[in-house]
Design a protein around this ligand. Structure first.
Ligand SMILES: NC(=O)C1=CN([C@@H]2O[C@H](COP(=O)(O)OP(=O)(O)OC[C@H]3O[C@@H](n4cnc5c(N)ncnc54)[C@H](OP(=O)(O)O)[C@@H]3O)[C@@H](O)[C@H]2O)C=CC1
Ligand SMILES: Nc1nc(=O)c2c([nH]1)NC[C@@H]1CN(c3ccc(C(=O)N[C@@H](CCC(=O)O)C(=O)O)cc3)C=[N+]21
Length: 306
């Protein structure tokens, strides 16, 4: 068998973990300045309903990363049988709390709670996930305020490569409101020509072969094959899929993306790994959105008081 590395040059691996940690160093200084001006740090409230293990890990990681840059992290862990009404009550309290600058409700929520209703209840000025209809609308108008963290993180990775985005053909696989759609909007704002693919798209392979940039946000391991990638194209793999680890033999699992990485690395010009690609950038953008929300809120308060 021919190894991918023998049939083409190997892609640049985009190191999201390193880029996120460099951004954390810059952010820490901005937070220090914020504290000097306002007397207190920016504060992020994270609400977790239920005990989904993956969600619990993400929420813990968000708390740790907040601490690392000096952002105050307030975590609300509610039992699985929390009613929609009591979650809405907590959100109303957090909306009113002048000490809270950003908030997010970890998804997915238990089935008895309406996610749309919950997201709509969050003050758009504190909506650091960028999921509120007002913020989604601003983005759709081409005038983003607080935009979703994962697509923002993908844009930062593309910018880091230094390639001109204007006029490039980008194919986004997935049209969820949290990743695919906002991703397409941001690429459009960057003057890419954007195609959005989904479950009903016919001949996804041919579409991808025409792309300068492929962003996959689906949740299916090895959906995107190496020979779907045009030589030199940029591949951003958002997928997070837990699969059995054949190397362990003990039933352990590992995380892979949507792209058959070992294949694609022989075709792409640059590619994000999973883990260590988009994931760390998502958290980095969450922290940056929190500081942005805090600066806006405190700036407005100073304006009304002074
Ligand atoms: N790295 C990170 O920071 C983050 C990673 N993720 C990961 O990204 C992935 C996507 O997340 P999310 O957007 O929330 O997921 P959703 O399940 O909400 O959306 C998946 C999208 O993929 C589409 N899709 C499903 N099957 C196919 C197919 N065979 N061909 C083409 N399109 C298909 C769906 O189409 P349709 O609309 O027609 O159903 C849908 O639009 C997941 O693996 C998730 O874990 C998510 C958030 C952050
Ligand atoms: N309200 C809300 N906002 C979200 O932003 C949100 C959410 N709900 N629900 C779940 C998804 C998923 N998500 C990830 C964040 C970080 C990594 C991450 O840090 N990944 C690392 C580690 C992966 C691992 O080892 O688990 C990596 O890819 O290197 C992944 C996925 C945010 N989400």
């Amino acid at each position: 068998m021919v190894e991918p590395s023998q049939i083409g040059p190997s892609a640049q691996i985009i190191d999201g973990k390193r880029i996120a940690s460099e951004r954390a160093n810059v952010l820490r200084k901005r937070v220090t300045k914020f504290v000097a001006v306002n007397g207190a740090p920016p504060a992020l409230a994270v609400v977790l309903v239920g005990s989904d293990p993956a969600s619990a890990i993400y929420v813990r990681r968000k708390g740790e990363q907040c601490q690392a840059v000096g952002i105050e992290s307030i975590q609300h862990r509610l039992p699985h049988d929390t009613t929609e009404a009591s979650l809405l009550y907590l959100i109303a309290q957090l909306n009113r709390d002048a000490g809270v600058h950003g908030m997010l409700v970890q998804l997915p929520l238990p089935a008895h709670i309406g996610a749309d209703k919950v997201l709509a209840a969050i003050d758009p000025d504190k909506d650091v996930d960028g999921f509120h209809v007002t913020n989604a609308g601003q983005l759709a108008l081409g005038k983003p305020r607080l935009a979703p963290c994962t697509p923002l993180g993908c844009m930062l990775l593309l910018r880091e490569l230094g390639t001109e985005l204007r006029g490039k053909h980008a194919v986004v696989i997935g049209r969820s409101t949290i990743v695919g759609r906002p991703m397409a909007q941001l690429l459009l704002i960057a003057d890419c020509t954007v195609t959005i693919a989904h479950r009903h798209t016919t001949d996804l392979a041919a579409l991808c072969r025409a792309a300068d940039i492929v962003v996959s946000a689906v949740g299916i391991p090895a959906l995107v094959r190496g020979d779907w990638i045009r030589p030199g194209a940029i591949v951003i793999d958002v997928g997070i899929n837990r699969v059995p680890d054949p190397r362990s033999g003990t039933g352990a699992t590992r995380i892979v993306g949507d792209v058959a990485f070992e294949e694609a690395v022989g075709h792409a010009g640059a590619i994000t790994p999973v883990p260590g690609g988009v994931g760390p950038m998502t958290i980095s953008c969450l922290l940056e959105n929190t500081l942005q929300a805090a600066e806006l809120i405190e700036g407005r308060l100073a304006g009304t008081l002074g």
